[in-house]
Ligand binder design. Structure first.
Ligand code: T1G
Length: 678
């Protein structure tokens, strides 16, 4: 994995550990040997450290976490590099991440291609940089920028790296190695070589402004709510400013040892691998051909149709969007432009990029305009008859080989496919609103959906920046099917005495951004409600009849002030109590833990049924759906991983207490002390 060769008087050390040059034990040992070799050899005046493949070191080997440590450790390798009597130049391409950037920080000089990215994403794994990154980076780029990089985990561009002094030089995109060797030869003439651990110039500035470490957490409180690692990252960088290097390193070590065995880090590492596993479709051959998708058609320019189109336009794929009326079409196109311009105002897009995307849009009132599209996505009103009509028409218009997709969020995809002569070309692509923002995509695999259509849909989801999960055809697929369980339980709980604001508080404290009743008030209680036919049969009916239709009427389950701040409503309490009394349902005080278990355990049980029925490929897919589509707190790993952490035996037992029959998979796992996620 590590090879060395001489280029004149420069020793070129190359790592080749595909796919991402993870710093596994063998790689570390090889690097330590190479640095020792360079030190010993008189004919070596400088060293270039580079990687083969698509990227520079992408960090420690995450699969080694939790296993017995093997020497040399990464800190030992990096200290050896920094102590090297011969200057070491890091030649960076792709991504220098985590331990990879820490290696580069141990080098005396860093050169990178302009497309490279540099980052310390450890916080996203529930840990912190544990090989000197929290102590060396502030010494090289200053504490404020180091804090941002380490606490957010977001990478920076090579240009930004150069501007901050993290990089010494940018290479030509095509000649990194040659440029690095030339640079190494140049610096080999220098008497002294900079060693990051010894620098103090940059941290002096921060020492003069200690309020930085109070300001930062306040400014980012919302973003880091619930996560343990960001605060630890801040403490480590603070140590870099306040303590000598060796003391700071001890602090870093102490913090990472605590974090790496934490439930949060185990959960976030599960999420890392779960995201990658979701892209794999177990039962289709690897050589299944992809269907070229160079143009997309979208039927319906409403909120979903517009958002869906933006994903493809932003990826440079032309979109033909079709509506029945000009006004609706104009409204849809205007909303897309408005959304793009809003993103540009936030600096996340340039005006040119907005124009480029909009220039790829072809609005039309003519169904036939879809005839040449490689993929057509239907996003019309959620009504089965309407969707069947649409698919009958698409079947006659769309070219042979085109993929016909429905954006239904719950309807039977097989029933829709059956009205066409090409059910093998039909698939569900369930986007989540707002479709141009939400990362989740449920790919609903019909009974007859062909392997190329399925594989192409998965491949396309990556191109448009989505995390896709394959779901089977069942009511509500994965996400909405489990959500229905929670909504039902929430209604049951308020009938039994829990207040809507108690239920919401318990879920928000658990980590959800919002509870079910706040969400209903935001969406509007009168969606699908009809005043004329309303007979006060449900609490929602009564609320709507009393014009409590949610935030838009200033009252729903909550009362809202002029700034839309919610407060508990005595009127709603009365309505619910009266309703429960009429239904002969005694009300009682319900403890928070019971509220939490009643809301989440039935969801987990439904998840187990989904696995029993093969409506999801693996438990971690269900976790990915809930993390990316429904605001499940990432630091718990998702519903199935969380249930594993709670203990399936405990979940199954509690479900029985609450009158639920555990799904057979759950019962089996609970009996064998098993886990959903092996
Ligand atoms: N360790 C082990 N496997 C890894 C890995 C890693 N660091 N990074 C990626 N893989 C696997 C991944 O599971 C997948 O496997 C394959 O490589 C391709 O990855 C001491 C302690 C580099 C931007 O957090 O962000 O250093 O599914 O599909 O989309 O301070 O991978 O094919 O079997 O993601 O091109 C810090 C993690 C570690 C970076 C490439 N580093 N990696 O993205 O490919 S902690 C990270 C990534 C650390 C030190 C600490 C991305 C990527 P499979 P992929 P990609």
């Amino acid at each position: 994995m590590i090879t060395t060769r001489m280029e004149g008087d420069v020793l070129v050390v190359t790592s080749n550990n595909p796919p991402v040059n993870a710093l596994s034990h063998v790689v570390r040992a090889g690097l330590a040997e190479a640095i020792a070799e360079a030190a010993k050899r008189d004919d070596v005046r400088a060293v270039v450290l580079r990687c083969d493949g698509r990227t520079f070191f992408a960090g420690a080997d995450i699969t080694e976490f939790g296993k017995p440590p093997q020497r040399p450790s990464l800190p030992e390798v990096i200290d050896a590099i920094e102590a090297s009597p011969k200057p070491v130049v890091a030649a960076i391409h792709g991504t220098a991440l985590g331990g990879g950037l820490e290696i580069a920080l141990g080098c005396h000089y860093r050169i990178a291609v302009p497309s490279a990215k540099l980052g310390l994403p450890e916080v996203k794994l529930g840990i912190l940089p544990g090989a000197g990154g929290t102590q060396r980076l502030p010494r090289v780029i200053g504490a404020p920028e180091a804090l941002r990089m380490i606490v957010t985990g977001d990478p920076i561009s090579a240009q930004k790296g150069l501007d901050l002094g993290l990089l010494d030089k940018l290479a030509n995109e095509k000649t990194l190695e040659a440029d690095a060797i030339a640079f190494a030869r140049e610096v080999s003439t220098h008497k002294e070589h900079p060693r990051a651990s010894r620098r103090t110039d940059k941290i002096a500035e921060a020492a003069a402004d200690p309020s930085l470490f109070d300001r930062f957490p306040k400014e980012n409180a919302q973003r880091f709510r619930g996560f343990e690692a960001p605060l630890a990252c801040l403490q480590a960088v603070k140590a870099a400013v306040e303590l000598p290097y060796e003391e700071g390193i001890k602090k870093e070590r102490e913090l990472i040892i605590k974090l790496i065995s934490s439930d949060q880090s185990k959960a976030l590492r599960h999420v890392f691998f779960a995201e990658r596993a979701a892209a794999k479709i177990d039962d289709i051959p690897a050589d299944t051909p992809l269907i070229p998708v160079k143009s997309v058609g979208v039927l319906g320019a409403g909120t979903m149709g517009g958002g869906i189109s933006m994903n493809f336009l932003s990826a440079g794929i032309p979109v033909t969007i079709v509506e029945r009326e000009q006004a609706a079409l104009d409204r849809g196109v205007a909303t897309m432009r408005k959304n793009y311009e809003a993103t540009a105002r936030k600096g996340r897009l340039t005006a040119e990029q907005v124009e480029k995307a909009m220039s790829l849009l072809n609005p039309s009132l003519d169904y036939n305009a879809l005839a040449a599209c490689d993929l057509v996505i239907e996003a019309v009103f959620e009504n089965m008859d309407l969707k069947k009509d649409v698919f009958r028409q698409l079947d006659t218009i769309a070219k042979p080989g085109a993929i016909l997709a429905t954006n239904t969020s719950a309807l039977n995809v097989d029933e829709i496919a059956a009205v066409t002569k090409r059910p093998e070309a039909v698939i569900g692509l369930h986007f989540f609103s707002p479709a141009n923002i939400m990362r989740l995509l449920e790919i609903v695999r019909g009974a007859k959906t062909s392997a190329p259509v399925l594989k192409t849909s998965m491949d396309l989801s990556k191109k448009i920046g989505k995390i896709a999960v394959v779901a089977g055809v069942c009511p509500g697929f994965i996400g909405n099917r489990m959500l229905a369980m929670r909504q039902r339980e929430a209604q049951k709980l308020i009938m039994e005495g829990a207040k809507p604001w108690d239920v919401d508080r318990v879920l928000v404290n658990f980590g959800f951004p919002m509870g079910p009743f706040q969400m209903s008030d935001l969406a509007g209680l009168d969606i699908g409600w009809n005043k004329a036919s309303s007979k006060g049969e449900t609490i929602r009916d009564v609320l709507c009849e009393r014009d409590r239709r949610g935030q838009k009427t200033g009252k729903g389950y909550y009362d809202y002030d002029e700034n839309r701040r919610p407060s508990p409503s005595p009127e709603v309490e009365e309505i619910i109590a009266a309703f429960a009394a009429k239904a002969g349902r005694p009300q009682r005080a319900i403890a928070d833990q019971e509220i939490l278990e009643c809301l989440l355990y039935p969801m987990v049980n439904e998840g187990a049924k989904i696995l029993d029925e093969h409506m999801a490929q693996r438990a971690s897919d269900i976790d990915i759906v809930w993390l990316n589509g429904y605001g499940w707190p990432a630091w718990t790993g998702g519903p199935m991983f969380w249930a594993d952490t709670v203990g399936l035996h405990k979940v199954a037992k509690a479900l029985e207490t609450y009158g639920y029959e555990p799904a057979s998979l759950l019962a089996k796992k609970a009996a064998g002390d098993g886990r959903f996620n092996a």
